[in-house]
Design a protein around this ligand. Sequence first.
Ligand SMILES: Nc1ncnc2c1ncn2[C@@H]1O[C@H](COP(=O)(O)OP(=O)(O)OP(=O)(O)O)[C@@H](O)[C@H]1O
Length: 191
Amino acid sequence: MAQCPVEILIFSGKRKSGKDYVTDIIKERLSGVCSVLRLSGPLKAQYAQDHNLDLSRLLDATEYKEKYRADMIAWGESKRSADPGYFCRIICTGPGSEKPIWIISDARRRTDVEYYQTEYPGQVKTVRVEADESVRRDRGWVFTSGVDDAESECDLDETNFDLVITNNGDSELLENALTDLIEDIRSKLAV
Ligand SMILES: Nc1ncnc2c1ncn2[C@@H]1O[C@H](COP(=O)(O)OP(=O)(O)OP(=O)(O)O)[C@@H](O)[C@H]1O
């Protein structure tokens, strides 16, 4: 059962900037009061339900999934264009939404951010994880045409974020940024 969150941290960043790495640390330190919610999560579940498919087979790395991949992506896009808040809304009542702090770890579009800013005014903090291209490359990133230049990767490029976390491998710098952020979250929980 969902409750009204105290704060929603909306994370975004380029591929291999370290979004999962950073959000995992925050979740661990705020254990018990924080959930990581993924916008990509309900897509497969909803697609399977609407199309009467086997979700477990859709989630594993089989040909079954490959058979539906293109159609599933197109279905996701059509849902979003008809209703930009479609997936945003689903995760607000899904598993983890009972926790007071939500981390949305895979925001990709301005409409994702706008949805939460409209529905939860004053409770949203946008956080950008940044890493230099050379660092991202060292982590396995390879520029892929059609992916890295697609709207899903670039739509938030010009956004002004409430907080930018630099994740270039300087652990002290990262630690300081995380400590400040976590202190700020704890102070909101204490009110
Ligand atoms: N500060 C760091 N110190 C050590 N390793 C890191 C750091 N940040 C990220 N990594 C490592 O870099 C790799 C990519 O990080 P991560 O998966 O968090 O990126 P991402 O932004 O979530 O990527 P994608 O968008 O492709 O899912 C992982 O193996 C992760 O452990």
